[in-house]
Design a protein around this ligand. Structure first.
Ligand code: NDP
Length: 325
């Protein structure tokens, strides 16, 4: 029996995603073999492919997937054959029909949550949990700014914020995305394809600005994010969909109101086992209780991962995207 997995031998465009076959491996001690049923697509996969986040090559791709355990290595007591599990890295290689994973990297998927939902959500919702509930200190009644609010993380974040009583201003680039962002709970939507973000935020907030901005767009929105903030506000710059933020003179944070900026990664909020368990329990609860609905905007056969990357990078997707082996 064989498995199929994606590989990149050099950084570059989606055409660099190759497919290779390997003999089916057996799990070593502490590991399990998973048959994937659904794989989550994330913008970070494109950074790995292009080399924005350099990798040792050749490398696999993909951080997030769900599936069933089909073999268990020695010493694994917390999982058994047949268990439904999902994971969100930290190692690459989720674009594959099967995969060996350390048991310690897995999360059990609750019965009420489908494999497709788990694969579409686990990394993006954990990011939301960490940034909304642990990175920012928000209170019900606050108003915040969320960029790309119709995207994968964006829709989850808007719903999550709404559920904890926070008002959301979302940015989007098209009419269709505006409708989606409003359905996800955005109280106000800024069309940053033709509207200036900061003046609109000032208008909406009565001039005061927002205490927190969630910015996964990066280069194109960085200055507007700073200009949208209340004094001593926090910019959570968590991604680079438009390119990385570079060459910032820290003095600008003083000029614009003693602002704070953090550049977090999910993985630094999901380290200790107890922290991982508590974070994921909250994620499953928000999804299972229906407070956060996971919108799978598009699915692709696994072998069409290159097309999925093109769609993500040309802003043609909404919500989460899932690859089906
Ligand atoms: P999305 O589904 O949100 O896709 C990205 C969106 O960004 C697009 O749909 C588009 O929405 C917007 N965008 C704005 N400018 C551009 C541009 N020039 N090119 C492409 N897209 C652009 O992706 P994800 O949900 O997977 O990720 C969202 C962000 O969160 C990414 O930056 C990602 O890296 C980051 N992230 C960070 C994590 C962390 O640990 N730090 C973890 C998870 C995600 P529109 O058309 O409305 O502008």
């Amino acid at each position: 029996m064989q498995l199929m997995r994606a590989q990149i031998a050099k950084h570059g465009g989606p055409e660099n995603i190759e497919w290779v076959r390997h003999a089916m491996p057996s799990p070593d001690a502490g590991e399990v073999l998973i048959e994937h049923t659904a794989i989550g697509l994330n913008f970070i996969d494109t950074y790995h492919r292009t080399g924005l986040y350099p990798l040792e090559l050749p490398s696999g791709l993909g951080l997030e997937a769900a599936g069933r355990i089909i073999a268990v290595g020695d010493g694994v007591t917390e999982y058994a054959k047949g268990d439904r599990v999902a994971y969100m890295g930290p190692s690459l290689g989720a674009y594959a029909t099967h995969r060996i994973m350390p048991a310690a990297a897995l999360f059990k998927v609750p019965d009420a949550i489908s494999d497709e939902t788990a694969a579409a959500a686990i990394l993006k919702a954990a990011t939301t949990e960490a940034l909304v509930e642990r990175c920012a200190a928000l209170s019900a009644g606050d108003t915040v700014l969320v960029h790309a609010a119709a995207g994968g993380v964006g829709q989850i974040m808007a719903q999550w914020l709404k559920a904890i009583g926070v008002h959301v201003i979302g940015t989007v680039s098209t009419d269709a995305k505006e409708t989606i962002a409003r359905a996800a709970g955005c109280d106000h939507v800024i069309r940053y394809d033709h509207e200036d973000i900061a003046p609109r935020v000032r208008e909406i907030t009565g001039g005061g600005g927002v205490p927190v901005v969630f910015d996964g767009v990066g280069k194109d929105t960085f200055m507007a994010s700073l200009d949208s903030m209340a004094p001593r506000g926090l910019l959570i710059s968590f991604g680079n969909a438009s390119g990385p933020v570079e060459n910032v003179n820290l003095g600008i944070l003083a000029q614009k109101g003693a602002l704070f900026v953090t550049r977090p990664t999910l993985f630094h909020y999901y380290t200790a086992p107890a922290e991982r368990a508590a974070g994921m329990a909250r994620v499953w609860d928000m999804i299972g209780s229906g407070q956060v609905a996971i919108n799978v905007g598009q699915t692709y056969p696994l072998k069409e991962a290159a097309q999925a990357h093109r769609d993500l990078e040309t802003r043609s997707t909404t919500g989460s995207s899932v690859l089906i082996p």
